[in-house]
Design a protein around this ligand. Structure first.
Ligand code: PGA
Length: 287
């Protein structure tokens, strides 16, 4: 059984004030029955990572982990405005999104750079969340398999099963996460159908099995991303090849994201509920 993984990608939304309010809401609405293996990662804009990390420490909040939205392909250097893996790690990030289509499009990130970013993530003990996915033109031209294969080879072709097995960082996290995010489904309100997502995720899975072997691939997590909501998430997480979701717009409100986590886990056969408030509010937990 692979690990359920839920990732919130806040993109360039939220300020410190609204992010704090998000976290306070989450803290006041704890989930009961969350499987131990479940990984929930919040990826805020980089300057918000440390204050959120400090808040999580203060609350002894253990259900949430933090991640970056990208990192530079080099370890350090004269790259004004860029963020290194080690800087992310040093402020409490445990994961990082790599190769999101918005980065590929707006920042012209290449497959080779994305491969270097994955290496940096491994070097810095960050769990890479690698995004792959075709545009609608590529899908219409029948190029989906080629695009996915090319992107996977660029991001992960230089890695071995041994590198994955020796990844630094929290051993409870999967060594690698791959998210299938069809570009046409992101932010469009038009998610992929479940069979289409399953087909693409199976392509990803068989590539990973060929590259790393079945045992290593079994420890990774595969996600679907693109217009995920609480009403459609269960159709994705019920799929054989899907371990969770990467959520953009619907992660900005904590109640929406929590509904997605709950409905998604239900699709995976877990019964999760919001813990009654009276059981939770003790001592200074609301201060
Ligand atoms: P969306 O974004 O959920 O708003 O479609 C997903 C993503 O960009 O990762």
């Amino acid at each position: 059984m692979r690990t359920p993984v839920y990732v919130a990608n806040w993109k360039m939304f939220h300020s410190l004030e609204t992010a704090d309010a998000w976290l306070a809401w989450w803290h006041q609405h704890p989930l009961a029955g969350l499987p131990d293996s479940c990984t929930i990662v919040l990826c805020p804009p980089a300057p918000l990572i440390y204050p959120l990390y400090a808040e999580l420490q203060r609350w002894h909040e253990t259900t949430l982990r933090l991640g970056g939205q990208t990192l530079h392909p080099s370890f350090k250097g004269a790259f004004t405005g860029d963020i290194s893996g080690v800087a992310l790690w040093s402020v409490g990030a445990q994961a990082v999104i790599i190769g999101h289509s918005e980065r590929r499009r707006h920042h012209h990130e290449t497959d080779a750079q994305i491969g270097d970013m994955v290496q940096q993530a491994f070097l810095c003990g960050l769990m890479p969340i690698v995004c792959v996915g075709e545009t609608s033109e590529e899908r219409d031209a029948g190029e989906t398999v080629d695009v996915l294969t090319r992107q996977l080879a660029g991001a992960l072709g230089h890695l071995s099963a041994a590198t994955l097995a020796n990844r630094q960082g929290d051993p409870d996290l999967p060594p690698l996460v791959v998210a299938y995010e069809p570009v046409w489904a992101i932010g469009s309100g038009k998610p992929a159908t479940a069979p289409l997502a399953e087909e693409a995720l199976q392509i990803v899975m068989s590539w990973l099995v060929t590259q790393f072997g079945e045992t290593a691939a079994e420890r990774m997590a595969l996600l679907y991303g693109g217009s995920v909501t609480a009403s459609n998430v269960g159709t994705f997480t019920a799929l054989d090849a899907c371990d969770g979701v990467l959520v953009g717009g619907a992660s900005l409100e904590p109640a929406d994201f929590q509904s997605i986590v709950m409905a998604g886990l239900m699709g995976q056969g877990y019964g999760v509920s919001v813990q009654p408030l009276s059981l939770h509010l003790t001592g200074d937990s609301l201060t």
